[in-house]
Design a protein around this ligand. Structure first.
Ligand SMILES: Nc1ncnc2c1ncn2[C@@H]1O[C@H](COP(=O)(O)OP(=O)(O)OP(=O)(O)O)[C@@H](O)[C@H]1O
Ligand SMILES: N[C@@H](CCO)C(=O)O
Length: 321
């Protein structure tokens, strides 16, 4: 018995919704932008972890430092507690397709693919809400605080709004299906924990009021299908972007290019350094990609993709990598 699970990249915050909004992404050319995990039976005393794929060499050399190790042990404990059953030894092979510290939810991708891989391997003993809580826990271990804005879209797909009330962690809101999201990773890394540590501990009352108005307005515009209004509200001049922009070489130029090229919106993806630009015009999306490749990407680790929002989220793709 073996199973392979694919988990897509995600863009957290979507500028206007710090820790509260996130969207799953898939490149329109069909390339894989996300991690895959193969779970298969094995013998031994402990989980066996192997890394393959383009960014495998960037992972910690010690398998116990790989978040998959914690995922396995956390899942085993929950399985015993909730179902009084024992999960035997397995081998987990991680195909690491997303760079670490990218702003595309790299650790979330591994966490989601690993936990869903284990769940699928056992014929889904946990429901989606239980899984999401577990995913948030594990992601929180890495970034220093539990936030669901990468794991929820990565797992469930679509544009997700974090709710964390009344037993509901996150639900999908409508999104503009004709929007292209051009994401560019420059090839340098920014640690999420570090990018959180530079944010103010408190914000002014007038800023929190504006933040609430912008987020509520964006959600309203998404439901009432007003793309211009939604795009005008797709910004963060309050919570994170003013502080994180300086961590990203060339970010100001990206913002200027997006504005002068007539893009609908632009901003930092998650905690950076990936940036995003939104346009509903495919030709403009391709032009934007070419500009970002030429002017923003810094080395051969960087890349740029024209994406749409991935509706499916995490899925089982087969039994072998
Ligand atoms: N499978 C894994 N995938 C990604 N990071 C991992 C994994 N296992 C362990 N780590 C460690 O977790 C940390 C991830 O850091 P961080 O949260 O900044 O990155 P990230 O989740 O990749 O960021 P982002 O969400 O911006 O893509 C790194 O120290 C990395 O070595
Ligand atoms: N909302 C989180 C996402 C990190 O990927 C942050 O911006 O710190």
């Amino acid at each position: 018995m073996s199973v392979v699970v694919y988990a897509p990249a995600s863009t957290a915050n979507v500028s206007v919704g710090f820790d509260s909004l996130g969207a799953a992404l898939s490149p329109i050319d069909g390339q894989l932008l996300g991690d895959r995990v193969l779970v298969e039976a094995a013998s031994g005393d402990d989980v066996i972890i192997e890394n393959v794929g383009p960014y495998a060499h960037k992972l910690p050399a010690d398998p116990k430092q790989n978040i998959l190790y914690d995922c396995y042990h956390y899942f085993v404990k929950q399985y015993a507690e909730h179902h009084s059953k024992v999960l035997g030894c397995v081998k987990m092979t991680l195909e690491k397709n997303l760079p670490i510290g990218s702003g595309l939810g790299s650790s979330a991708c591994s966490v989601v693919a690993a936990l869903e891989g284990l769940n699928a391997y056992l014929d889904s003993p946990f429901n989606k809400e239980q899984m999401l809580i577990m995913m948030g826990e594990l992601e929180g271990q890495i970034s220093g605080s539990v936030h669901y804005d990468n794991v929820a879209p990565c797992y469930l797909g679509g544009m997700q709004l974090m709710l964390q009330e009344a037993g509901v962690t996150s639900q999908a809101i409508p999104h503009f299906e004709d929007w292209y999201w051009i994401v560019a990773y420059p090839g340098i890394n920014i640690s999420t924990a570090q990018a959180r540590s530079i944010l103010p501990a408190q914000y002014r009352r007038q800023d929190t009021l504006e933040f609430g108005r912008n987020l509520a307005g964006f959600v309203h515009a998404s439901y009432s299908k007003q793309p211009e209004l939604a795009a005008a509200l797709l910004k963060d001049n309050i919570v994170a972007e003013p502080y994180r922009a300086k961590l990203i070489p060339g970010f100001d130029e990206v913002r200027s290019y997006a504005a002068q090229s007539g893009a609908l919106a632009s901003g930092i993806s998650g905690s950076g350094p990936t940036v995003y630009i939104v346009t509903p015009v495919l030709e403009q999306a391709e032009r934007t990609k070419a500009w970002l490749e030429q002017h923003f990407i810094q080395n051969e680790d960087g890349f740029c993709h024209v994406c749409k929002i991935d509706e499916q989220g995490t899925r089982v793709t087969g039994t072998s990598l």
